[in-house]
Design a binder for this molecule. Structure first.
Ligand code: 44T
Length: 900
């Protein structure tokens, strides 16, 4: 968002010519409305009404011309409500007015008004995919992702080839129907076990059933099929509820399962279900077991929706008169691990980035913390340990963290008020403590259970509780790790609090004195911690107290990807070299041109005479960094000397970190400005050069962490190019997309319900597969289970310095290096900062993940076959189709179609 915002200001004063709204064709009022059918009644002519319509239309046009969009919108509403027959003619200008007015309302924070306008617009144009899609964009920006995704989906259903909606939908489909639905439905073992357990319970007498969080309706249908007399199901997501209704109908159970669109916690007897049920089935569990609120749901269910449990006093009560839950309970396990991949996403590991010492940054945390009281933190994140690049080292044996009986309401209720329990874990491996990994066994009934363990053959992720302390603590066998286990806000929390060694206990969270040496774990970790373990330990111990901590520490929060970026030294070194080269070139050019006046910059003098590396003499070089989120690139530019850098870092806390780093690294205060503060402060804006071609360098953020090209990248590049001084540069100047052919069943299992066979005998796949998205994001290609069927091949080039030179379609030929089924084409980018310096997004130190296009149909290839990949980049979303090339060709033979 920031980028767009910054660019708004960037372009308005400088290249307004480029942005002047195009003249929208106004409806021709003299055109006669179409005649109705012969037998339809001709509406009575009403001269006063006609007069009003035509006057309002005129006013609407005038207001539009004057850019008074609010008034124009009201006039259009009036016109179109009074004279719907004008809809065809006025739709374009009406939409234009709506979008302009909505943008204004958005920037004024008038959110309710904004959505009211969309509601009114949709009353007039209920099937207008452009309006629906645009409303989705506003919803998305405001954080209503489910609703936003619903709008994109609707727009796409109305017009399947509408590129904007397609791009938006693909980006958010994961929120609408999360990917684990596919994994779950493809997990035959899991399906079968649930079915067996439900069937046994129903056959044993549980004949009234409630499925909490029914998803596609599968567990409810199992209960019905097993012979339950009454089955109810509830689902809080609107999209999933509608899907469940479709699925149940398609399986001939319409009316036999009552599906409610609500959260189970809101259900009441007899309002929603006529009487208490004898069985609750649910799979509302996430990798951390409790994250979907199962504890709260079950407490509520026992108190309001379920029959009383089978009591030990009266075991004779028949099962139909007693309540029970599937799953019956769970056992939670934990294990301490060393894992560089986790570490670099949660802690600052480097003492230097791009020539800047990082010590002054202060304590930086990722938003994942089990000890924090901060609302913006999550207690855990999730990963598939087996798929983490670089692997992990267990430091303890798996330990039993918790046993929970879902059939015991007292135990469920007591969980949150239960004392914090402490476990002492013998350390069995040598390494740095990076996280506690957690998984569980879900006991469906006495006989059957499912495990989400990292060693099991399952698709489930584990919960990761990263260590947030700034120290590096090398553990070794003989130590004891002390872990606290608690349950707060119905989340399970695990926290490593101390290490016991040689009879002493060292607390891990205590480093109150910021002047004490920080012990950064190092960018690549220490492959053999024992090498300098003693030195590390001494320094770690110097930071550790044995007495109680005296209160919360001050820290700044960075997103995990921002932290990984900060730890990415090759990234920053490349930028530093590329910036240095540019500045040197520009200096040379200036010295040839003569004195700085030759630049014609009308720069107001900087308030204080700059000191340090900033040369007060010549005009500075202006560098703008519009990276998303936290970035130190502007500061690195400023540290080059004779540079005035503008950062688009938005958060005050983040700006403070950059200021601290600037001070500590001898960068004069005035060499670094914050773009948004600048545009809000008119005085400061005046101090900026007024020349149009302002910037020596503009740094663009091209690739999202998830592995996709950033939206509107090429538009931004076009604008940025207009703002460069002669010899100035956009970083990067070019990005090249690479890909390869792979056979990966894993990707298929995550993208759609596979195979022709019904799922547990039910017809579910065609319904849920409507939500299949061809592009997978956030992949770790280095650990993805797949067979490579070709070498990597260049798929596409995006030239940011010459956006006209880009094409939208390209055919690429690639030779199969092995026989197999091509199921996907993973892709990544080489980001060229200049001719010599480039970065890959498929790299061990990278904060980027990779993405992949999953082919619509797998393509069988034999070794040596030539495959033609038709690659399309529409907006910034990529699509690829593959076919066998009958005639032999040369690797990488390319036919490109220049479109723009
Ligand atoms: N878990 C798989 C599936 N919901 C995630 O809207 C299982 C993941 C899994 N609806 C490890 C192990 C496993 N009332 O559609 C969602 C959600 C809905 C509710 C009504 C409620 N109280 C709720 C709570 C959630 O239920 C559906 C499923 S919840 C997510 C399940 C071996 N990791």
């Amino acid at each position: 968002m920031l980028c767009g915002y910054a660019f708004m200001f960037l372009c308005v004063p400088n290249i307004c010519g480029l942005l002047t709204p195009c003249v929208i064709g106004m409806p021709n009022t003299s055109t006669r409305p179409k005649r109705g059918r012969r037998n339809r009644r001709v509406p009575r002519e009403d001269p006063a009404r006609n007069e009003l319509v035509s006057r309002s239309l005129e006013s609407a046009q005038q207001c539009l011309f004057n850019q008074d969009y609010g008034t124009a919108f009201v006039h259009y509403l009036l016109v179109l409500n009074l004279a719907p027959v004008l809809k065809d003619f006025a739709s374009e200008s009406f939409r234009f007015t709506l979008f302009k007015w909505a943008d204004e309302l958005d920037s004024l924070g008038r959110i309710q008004d904004l959505f009211d306008c969309y509601e009114q617009a949709l009353e007039l144009f209920p099937t207008d995919e452009v309006i629906i899609n645009s409303m989705g964009e506003h919803l998305f920006r405001m954080g209503f992702r489910d609703e936003a995704a619903g709008h994109f989906h609707k727009a796409l259903k109305l017009k399947p080839d509408y590129p904007e909606a397609k791009e938006n939908f693909y980006r958010v489909a994961n929120w609408l129907v999360e990917r684990w639905h596919f994994l779950m439905l493809n997990d035959r073992r899991r399906n079968h076990k649930y079915q067996q357990a439900i069937q046994k319970a129903v056959e044993g007498g549980c004949n009234t059933v409630l499925d909490i969080g029914t998803g596609t309706g599968i567990l409810g249908m199992c209960a019905k099929k097993a012979g339950a007399a009454e089955v109810y199901a509830c689902e809080l997501s609107k999209t999933m509820y509608e899907l469940a209704c479709e699925v149940v109908t398609a399986n001939g159970m319409n009316g036999r399962i009552k599906i409610l669109h609500m959260k189970s916690l809101e259900m009441e007897v007899p309002k929603d279900i006529p009487k208490r049920v004898s069985l609750v089935v649910t799979e509302t569990v996430d990798a951390g077991l409790f994250g979907e609120g199962i504890i709260e749901s079950l407490i509520h269910a026992w108190n309001h929706l379920l029959l009383p449990p089978q009591s030990t006093q009266d075991p004779s009560r028949p099962p139909s008169q007693a309540g029970r839950v599937i799953p019956a309970g769970a056992t939670v396990f934990g294990m301490a691990v060393q894992c560089l991949e986790i570490r670099r996403h949660h802690r600052l590991c480097v003492s230097e980035i791009g020539g800047l010492a990082t010590a002054a940054a202060g304590e930086l945390h990722s938003p994942v913390s089990c000890s924090s009281e901060d609302d913006s933190t999550e207690p855990y994140t999730t990963e598939r340990l087996s798929r983490l690049p670089g692997g992990y080292t267990p430091l303890t044996e798996p330990f039993n963290a918790l046993d929970i009986d879902f059939n015991n309401v007292q135990e469920l209720e007591g969980l949150c008020s239960r004392e914090v329990s402490r476990v002492r874990l013998p350390v069995t491996g040598e390494g740095l403590l990076d996280a506690l990994a957690v998984w569980f066994q879900l006991h469906l009934d006495q006989q059957s259970s499912l495990s989400t363990g990292p060693k099991e053959d399952t698709c489930w992720e584990q919960a990761i509780y990263p260590v947030q302390t700034p120290h590096n603590f090398p553990l070794r066998p003989g130590d004891e790790l002390i872990v606290e286990i608690s349950c707060r806000d119905a989340y399970l929390r695990l926290c490593s609090v101390a290490v016991a060694r040689d009879g002493r206990e060292f607390r891990l969270d205590d480093c109150l004195d910021p002047d004490k040496p920080r012990n950064n774990p190092g960018p690549s970790g220490n492959p053999n911690p024992s090498l300098n373990a003693e030195a590390e330990l001494c320094s770690a111990l110097a930071c550790l107290g044995t007495e109680q901590s005296s209160g919360p520490r001050d820290y700044t929060m960075l997103e995990c990807a921002e932290m990984a970026l900060l730890n990415n030294q090759p990234y920053h070194d490349s930028f530093r070299r590329a910036l240095a080269k540019l500045i040197t070139n520009l200096k040379d050019a200036r010295s040839v041109q003569g004195p700085s006046q030759g630049q014609g910059l009308e720069v107001m003098p900087l308030t204080d005479p700059p000191s340090g590396p900033m040369d007060p003499g010549p005009d500075p070089f202006y560098v703008l960094d519009v990276s998303e989120g936290f970035s130190v690139l502007s500061l690195m530019a400023a540290s080059q000397g004779q540079v005035k850098a503008y950062s688009s870092v938005e958060k005050t806390q983040h700006q403070a970190v950059l200021r601290r780093l600037a001070r500590a690294n001898g960068v004069p205060e005035e060499a670094l400005e914050f773009w948004l503060n600048q545009v809000e402060d008119e005085q400061a804006v005046l101090q900026r050069p007024s020349r149009e071609k302002l910037w020596s360098a503009i740094i663009l953020d091209c690739v999202e962490t998830c592995g996709l090209v950033r939206q509107k990248l090429m538009e931004k590049a076009t604008l940025a190019r207009c703002l460069l001084e002669d010899g100035g540069q956009i970083f990067p100047e070019r990005i090249v997309l690479y890909g390869m052919l792979v056979e990966s069943d894993t990707l298929l299992l995550e993208s759609a319900v596979q195979g022709q066979e019904p799922t547990l005998g039910f017809n579910i796949a065609p319904f849920i597969n409507q939500f299949t998205v061809p592009v997978h994001v956030f992949l770790d290609l280095s650990t993805l289970q797949c067979r490579h069927l070709s070498d990597s091949v260049e798929l596409f080039i995006l030239d940011l310095m010459n956006t006209n030179a880009n094409y939208t379609n390209r055919d690429v030929k690639v030779q199969a290096s092995a026989s197999g089924r091509v199921t996907a084409v993973p892709f990544w980018y080489q980001i060229h900062l200049n001719e010599e310096i480039s970065l890959s997004t498929f790299n061990q130190d990278s904060h980027w993940k990779q993405a992949a296009v999953v082919l619509h149909q797998p393509l069988a290839v034999r070794e040596g076959d030539w495959v033609r990949l038709a690659v399309t980049l529409q907006k910034s979303s990529i699509s690829i189709s593959a076919s066998i090339e009958e005639e032999a060709g040369e690797t990488g033979t390319v036919d490109s179609v220049r479109v723009r």
